[in-house]
Design a protein around this ligand. Structure first.
Ligand code: PLP
Length: 385
């Protein structure tokens, strides 16, 4: 896709890296089942355990703490539902800006759920978290993401963990949008569980991991064999797991895209009246720009940019192609109209200055036309009025 268009939707899914493609092909060629005792099985098992070491090292964890899953969604579900069903949590406290896979899992867990509000920049309110923990009954599991998928705003997860521990609660963090964009260190964050996903870092879609402290015994989500040390039944996705590790190995060599993102935002604000950058007052990962253009629907912007060969995201693009007002922006206190007008531009490992130039040319041209059209409508209405 990157060779036919300017791809700036890395938070939805990063293009696969060449090293990942090679690793996936090599793993497919092994062909065995990692549970088989013959040599093909042993080769497959070795490849999985090597990958486990690599992913663990990348996120500051022990290999034994890494459970491979079918992606971030399953890892988030396993963290919440596995803890509740095992009786480790009688209530869930999640931030108001979590990904659907946390929100929906929490709502479906069958225990009381409390939402921690965020401020206008999208940073979780730690005093409110403290109060919610103090007020409720029974053991709690707190889940707060490390970086938000729409705004890139970084959450104070180490502080969240400290507060939660003070109340005897367990802590999970969804680090899917933080991995590869700054330090993600499981032991330094001092959380009990953490989620990562391969396709956000240039690995294959359909593979991820839940990183979990040894002492936490979750109930598996499905029933079956004893794979992954009894924590996740089902024959392992060897090719996906090998691709995930190959992507993780590349992270240290990626160029920092923060200066490109900052230039993009500066130019947008300087050249297009009525634009805003959401979350700009908070610490953010360096690849994400969440841009509002008043009175122009996100899907209109995305389609116009697509026609100009520039691919960006609208709202929570992870879902199903549906564009709804961003719940993240409404949680930040924005109106529904404003929350419908935001696009997300996200850069990554293959992004170059020319991508930003092409985005700016297309965006400024489109926004100019949209603003002119709107001015004409307003003029016509005032002539009639
Ligand atoms: N968590 C966050 C913050 C995400 O942005 C996403 C996907 O966009 C997920 C979880 C789900 O990950 P996956 O697509 O691997 O299921």
């Amino acid at each position: 896709m990157t060779n036919v268009a300017t791809y700036l939707d890395y938070n939805a899914g990063a293009p696969a890296r060449p090293a990942v493609v090679d690793a996936v092909v090599a793993a497919l060629a092994i062909g065995g089942n990692p549970s088989s005792v013959h040599r093909a099985g042993r080769l497959a098992r070795r490849a999985i355990e090597d990958a486990r070491e690599t992913v663990a090292e990348t996120v500051g964890a022990e290999a034994s703490e890494v459970i491979f899953t079918s992606g971030g969604t399953e890892a988030n579900n396993l963290a919440l539902l596995g803890a509740v069903r095992r009786g480790l949590a009688a209530r869930l406290i999640v931030s108001a800006i979590e990904h659907d896979s946390i929100r929906a899992a929490a709502e479906g867990a069958g225990v009381p759920v409390a939402l921690v509000p965020v401020d206008r920049d999208g940073v979780v309110d730690l005093d409110a978290l403290d109060r919610l923990l103090a007020d409720g009954q029974g053991p709690a599991l707190v889940s707060v993401m490390l970086a938000n998928n729409e705004t890139g705003v970084i959450q104070p997860v180490a502080e969240v963990a400290r507060i939660a521990r003070g109340h005897g609660a367990l802590v999970h963090s969804d680090a899917v949008q933080a991995l590869g964009k700054g330090a993600v260190d499981f032991s330094a964050l001092d959380v009990d569980m953490m989620t990562v996903s391969a396709h956000k870092i240039g690995g294959p879609a359909g593979v991820g991991a839940l990183v979990k402290r040894a002492g936490i015994d979750l109930l598996p989500l499905s029933l079956g064999g004893g794979q992954d040390y009894g924590r996740r039944p089902g024959t392992e996705n060897l090719a996906g797991i090998a691709g995930f590790a190959a992507a993780a190995k590349c992270l240290g060599g990626d160029a920092d895209v923060t200066a490109l993102r900052d230039r993009l935002e500066r130019e947008v604000l300087a050249q297009v009246p009525g634009t805003r950058i959401f979350g700009a007052g908070a610490a953010r990962v360096g690849n994400t720009a969440c841009i509002g253009l008043s009175n122009v629907k996100a899907e209109t912007q995305v389609m116009a940019l697509d026609l100009a060969g520039v691919l960006v995201g609208a709202g929570s693009a992870c879902s199903s192609g549906k564009v709804r007002p961003s719940p993240v922006l409404t949680a930040m206190g924005e109106s529904e109209a404003v929350a419908r007008s935001a696009i997300r531009v996200s850069l990554g490992w293959a992004s170059v200055a020319g991508d930003v130039d092409r985005f700016l040319a297309a965006y400024i041209e489109f926004a100019g036309r949209a603003l002119q059209a709107r001015a004409a409508v307003v003029q016509k209405e005032s002539n009639h009025g």
